[in-house]
Structures are given as structure tokens and as C-alpha cells.
Design a protein around this ligand. Structure first.
Ligand code: CAA
Length: 482
């Protein structure tokens, strides 16, 4: 089918972005909103986004005008009669979506494809509200839609199989990569991404580390484009909360229960970027940290040479009476601390990537030692991430369960390794997909890290996925790709 005239219903952040994507690809777009105010807001989104591209020299003024000229706006659904495709991007409430689809089914010509951009609701339940279930499909874009390169094409058991390649082809025409998946809560990306974001909120609430430290650890240490709290603010805390609720309802996995902190922020209407404030948005002015001028240190344990060298180069000398004893570690260090004469001086240190130093303070660590450790890391050009002395510190505690979830997802047969890797790279801008990450860290290292997390938190889902365990036992270092 030639898709020339498309409609987008709902012009919030996602809908407006999707309308822009279609118009940029040369299609004519009808944007629909409930009332004139909402239409004006939607138009504002598209105008700002295209103007930004003009300002950056990515688009000429003429091209921007042509894009805007291809978008017409209306408050009447009846105007959608002739559309070849309608993409729905209204709020994530199943009843609203079902009633919209019943309406569209009545209004649109019989061959019109009805697509939903739902993040997590069952496409099957939406399709069932229409008399054209074979022509209902999920087209799931990622925020910001004009930038992210993925579209999840979600088919149900009722979808006409010929429609999947047609919509995938359309996604390619939009400059996106399609990944075809079945109708399970969260599809590929949200099923892997949102539990990680939720876990970050849980760990924040438990006081494992501070907001900015967790964001820095994942961005600068792991190399993700944004830290979890900055990303939650981008997605919208209300959306994240809803997606988590749907995931929990389907899986009953307590890790999928929305973090109470999310509920609290959503109730306070602190929804993230769209409301001006979420996890971020109310920063006090950054305070220059008071820095100790002369710091002495001692290095304990194995793997200390490189850090010692860097500290020496920066002018610091190991001392027999140090302000802080740094112990390289990727496991809790309290048992080492209690063997010391002065356990208050011990801080665990782990360099993540080449920009971050996680600094684990035990229950006995003094504030002075913790501060000395932080200052030393800053001086040698590492971003200090202060955290409590828990298995996995910050990065492994967030990264490894996500990798484990990806292995489990593949093992259920829901998606291929190639599709899962591509989905996370293109949908979330990750530098590598989970299987690529697993292989570069080492399957055995991740398996052992998961065992340590399991032993610490006793969380069933942290037990290494059987497939991962078996590959390690078999001495295999890469995943079997078809
Ligand atoms: N609208 C349009 N364009 C935008 C944009 C927006 N809101 N934000 C950024 N851009 C464009 C910029 O114009 C720029 O384009 P050019 O290179 O052509 O100039 C490009 O994106 C990069 O932007 P910046 O340099 O300003 O910023 P950055 O390098 O920090 O990248 C980012 C910003 C693309 C958002 C990047 O941080 C990123 O990839 N973050 C991860 C986002 C993510 O994970 N999204 C998925 C969320 S999950 C989801 O959406 C699904 C769901 O159902 C919940």
C-alpha cells in the first residue's frame, strides 16, 4: 500500500514528533487534537523542533516551511476519512484508546491502517475495539521521535501478516530501522529499559547514592547518552509510572512495581521536562566543594598500581599515616575495613570506564576519609561517584540486571539477539546493545557479578539467567547468533 496521507491523533511530545517525522519524509500529515488550545500547543512543538534544526544549520528555512506546509491541523476526527494510515499518540489509558479506535474504524475508509504508538498497553485489546483487526498494528516511536532511529512494529495474533513488512518498509522510508515484535508488555525496549530506570529510583530512595552521582555513573562510566534520572525526566515520570504499572500487572515481578518515589513525584505533578521539573529542574546553585589542600593516602589490596601511579603523577604520595586508605574493589569492602587498626579510613574504589571512580564508603568510613577520596579522584580527572558499600556499587547494580533481562528475553524466543541489540542502540542511543556489552565485559564477569547481587539483595531476578550460566560453564565467550 502506498502511504501518502497519514494522520496523527494526539499532538503531545510524541505525537508532534511523529507528525514531524512523516512530514520530513515528504508525506502529507493531518494532525488531530481535542481542542484549539491543544492544537496550538502541538503546532508549537513542531515549529520549535524544526526551527531548532534551522538554527543548527540542519534544515534550510525553505525546507522547514515545506515541512510545516505538509502538516494540516484539525479538531475533527471526521477529517480522517481519506487517510491511508492513522497513528494514535494519545494518553496511555486503554479505554480512551479503545474508544478512539472504534471511532476511527467507523470514520476511515476500509483499507486505512490504524496504528498505535502505545508504549505498553496491549495492541490486541486496542485492535479488538475495531472491526478491522487485521489492519491494526503498533508503531512504537522513541522520544525524541525526530532523533531516535527505531520503530518497534508490533503485530498481534489478529494482524494481517502482510501488514508487517508494509509498515516496516514505511518505517525505513522515514529513515528509521524497524524491529518487528509480538504484543507483549513493554515490547523489547521498554521491557529492558524501564525496569532499569525504576531500579535507579529504588536505589536512590534506599540512599545507595545521590541523584547526580547515579546519573554521572551511568553516563560517564557506562557511556549511556543520559543518566537514568535525566532520561526519566525526558520520557515523563507519568509515562514511566504507567509503563511500570502495566509491566507489573503482566509479570507480577516485584522489580516492576513502580518505585514509590515515582508515584510521589507524579502525584505532585513533577512530571519531568514537560512540566518543567521532575527529578531535575530545581537545582540549587552548584556549590564549589571545599577541597582539602594536602591529602595523604595509602593503597591497599591488588590492582592498585595504576591509581597509585596516577596519584603520584598528580603530586600525592602514599603515606604511613594516611587520610584515606583506598582499596580497589568491585565487592563490598567492609570485611577489609574491620581488619584495619582504623577502619574509618577505608574507602573502596572502582574505576568504571575511564572517567568515573565509584567510591564505596562503609558504615564505618569517616566523612573526612570519604571527602579525601572524592578530592583525590577529582584531582586525577575522574568523576567521583560516592555510594554505599553494597554489592555491585552503582553501575553493576543497574547494568547487570538489565543484561540478565536481555538474556532471559532472548531465551523466551521473543526477539533475536540482533534485534534486541539493534533496538537498544537505536531506541535509546546506547553505544552497544546488551549482548555486545555482555561480550565486551565478559560473560563470566557478568555472571559472577549477578551472583554477588543475588547474594546481597536476594532478588530472584538477579540470579544469572540459566543460558548465561550454561554458556559460562561451557567456556563459551559469545552468544550463539543465528
Ligand atoms: N526534538 C528534535 N530534535 C532533537 C531533540 C528534540 N526534542 N533533542 C535533541 N534533538 C536533536 C538535536 O537537534 C541534535 O540534532 P543535530 O545533531 O542534527 O543538530 C541531536 O538531536 C543531538 O542533540 P543535542 O546535541 O542537543 O543533545 P545530545 O547529543 O545530548 O542528544 C539525545 C540528545 C538525542 C536526546 C540523547 O541524549 C539521547 O539519545 N538520549 C537517549 C534518549 C532515549 O533513550 N530515548 C528513548 C526513551 S524511551 C521511549 O521513548 C519509549 C517509551 O515509550 C517511553
Amino acid at each position: 500500500m502506498a502511504f501518502e496521507m497519514v494522520a496523527v491523533v494526539g499532538l503531545g511530545t510524541m505525537g508532534a514528533g511523529i507528525a514531524e517525522v512523516f512530514a520530513r519524509a515528504g508525506l502529507r500529515v493531518i494532525g488531530v487534537e481535542a481542542d484549539a488550545d491543544a492544537l496550538a500547543t502541538g503546532r508549537g512543538h513542531v515549529e520549535r523542533s524544526t526551527q531548532r534544526a534551522v538554527d543548527r544549520g540542519r534544515l534550510s528555512g525553505g525546507e522547514r516551511d515545506a515541512i510545516l506546509g505538509r502538516i494540516t491541523l484539525t479538531t475533527s476526527r471526521e477529517d480522517l476519512r481519506e487517510a491511508d494510515l492513522v497513528v494514535e499518540a494519545i494518553p496511555e489509558v486503554l479505554d480512551y484508546k479503545r474508544s478512539l479506535f472504534a471511532d476511527l474504524d467507523r470514520i476511515c475508509k476500509p483499507e486505512t491502517v490504524l496504528a498505535t504508538n502505545t508504549s505498553s498497553l496491549p495492541v490486541t485489546a486496542i485492535a479488538a475495539a475495531t472491526g478491522r483487526q487485521g489492519r491494526v498494528i503498533g508503531m512504537h516511536f522513541f522520544n525524541p521521535a525526530p532523533v531516535m532511529g527505531l520503530v518497534e512494529v508490533v503485530s498481534t495474533v489478529l494482524t494481517d501478516p502482510a501488514l508487517v513488512p508494509e509498515i516496516s518498509e514505511l518505517a525505513r522510508r522515514l529513515g528509521k530501522t524497524p524491529v518487528a515484535v509480538g504484543d507483549r508488555a513493554g515490547f523489547v525496549v521498554n521491557r529492558l529499559l524501564l525496569p532499569y530506570l525504576n531500579q535507579a529510583a529504588v536505589l536512590l530512595e534506599q540512599g545507595l547514592a545521590r541523584r547526580d552521582d547515579i546519573d554521572a555513573a551511568m553516563r560517564l562510566g557506562v557511556g549511556l547518552p543520559m543518566g537514568p534520572f535525566a532520561l526519566l525526566d525526558l520520557i515523563g515520570l507519568d509515562t514511566a509510572y504507567e509503563v511500570m504499572g502495566v509491566l507489573f500487572d503482566e509479570t507480577r515481578d516485584r522489580r516492576h512495581a513502580p518505585a514509590p518515589l515515582l508515584r510521589e513525584l507524579v502525584s505532585a505533578r513533577l512530571l519531568g521536562r514537560k512540566s518543567g521539573r521532575g527529578f531535575h529542574g530545581d537545582e540549587p546553585r552548584p556549590r564549589e566543594p571545599d577541597r582539602s589542600t594536602v591529602i595523604t593516602f595509602e593503597m591497599a589490596g591488588e590492582g592498585a598500581d595504576e591509581l597509585t601511579e596516577r596519584l603520584r603523577t598528580a603530586g600525592f604520595k602514599p603515606s604511613a599515616d594516611p587520610d584515606v586508605i583506598l582499596r580497589p574493589a568491585d565487592r563490598p569492602v567492609i570485611e577489609h575495613a574491620v581488619r584495619l587498626q582504623d577502619p574509618a579510613r577505608l574507602v573502596g574504589v572502582r574505576v568504571v570506564g575511564n572517567r568515573v571512580a565509584e567510591l564505596a564508603a562503609t558504615v564505618l568510613t569517616s566523612q573526612a576519609a570519604a571527602r579525601a577520596a572524592r578530592d583525590l579522584m577529582t584531582v586525577i580527572g575522574l568523576t567521583p561517584v560516592a555510594c554505599r558499600d553494597r554489592a555491585g556499587f552503582v553501575t553493576d547494580a543497574l547494568l547487570y540486571p538489565y543484561l540478565n533481562d536481555a538474556v532471559r528475553m532472548y531465551d523466551t524466543g521473543y526477539a533475536s539477539i540482533g534485534d534486541i541489540d539493534a533496538a537498544m542502540r537505536l531506541g535509546c542511543g546506547y553505544p552497544a546493545g546488551p549482548f555486545e556489552t555482555l561480550e565486551s565485559i565478559g560473560l563470566a564477569v557478568v555472571r559472577d557479578g549477578l551472583r554477588a547481587l543475588y547474594a546481597e539483595y536476594r532478588e530472584p531476578a538477579y540470579a544469572p539467567a540459566p543460558l548465561l550460566d550454561q554458556l559460562v560453564t561451557a567456556g563459551v565467550h559469545v552468544f550463539p547468533r543465528a
